[in-house]
Design a protein around this ligand. Structure first.
Ligand code: FES
Length: 106
């Protein structure tokens, strides 16, 4: 696992920003003064979460409205699934996420 700088500034608004790291789309969102990074692919049926939204600490998929906790990735009660959440840190106003380099890129 390594930390990768993905943004050299902090997004001002609570809008979602999409980045691409190692060919993976990852969304970064600011919620209640905290930043979170999560996979773009919905674990339910693979929908694109680029147009998802946040509601009370849950990312809501636009297709079937499943919800995933921003902190843990755990799906709401009864879903039994998880959204991939990436560790995120901020240094010098830059955003870094922790991600494993794919074996085929080593
Ligand atoms: S594809 Fe996301 S909730 Fe069904």
């Amino acid at each position: 696992m390594q930390w990768i700088k993905v943004l050299d500034h902090l997004p001002e608004q609570e809008n979602m920003v999409q980045i691409k790291v190692y060919h993976k789309k990852i969304n970064i969102i600011k919620h209640q003064h905290q930043f979170y990074a999560f996979a773009n692919k919905c674990p339910h049926a693979g929908a694109d979460l680029g147009s998802a939204w946040c509601n009370e600490g849950y990312i809501i998929c636009p297709v079937h409205r499943y919800g995933y906790c921003l902190k843990t990735g755990k799906g709401k009660a009864g879903q039994g699934d998880y959204l991939r959440i990436y560790p995120l840190k901020i240094e010098d106003n830059c955003i870094f996420i922790q991600i494993k380099k794919p074996w085929w890129m080593i």
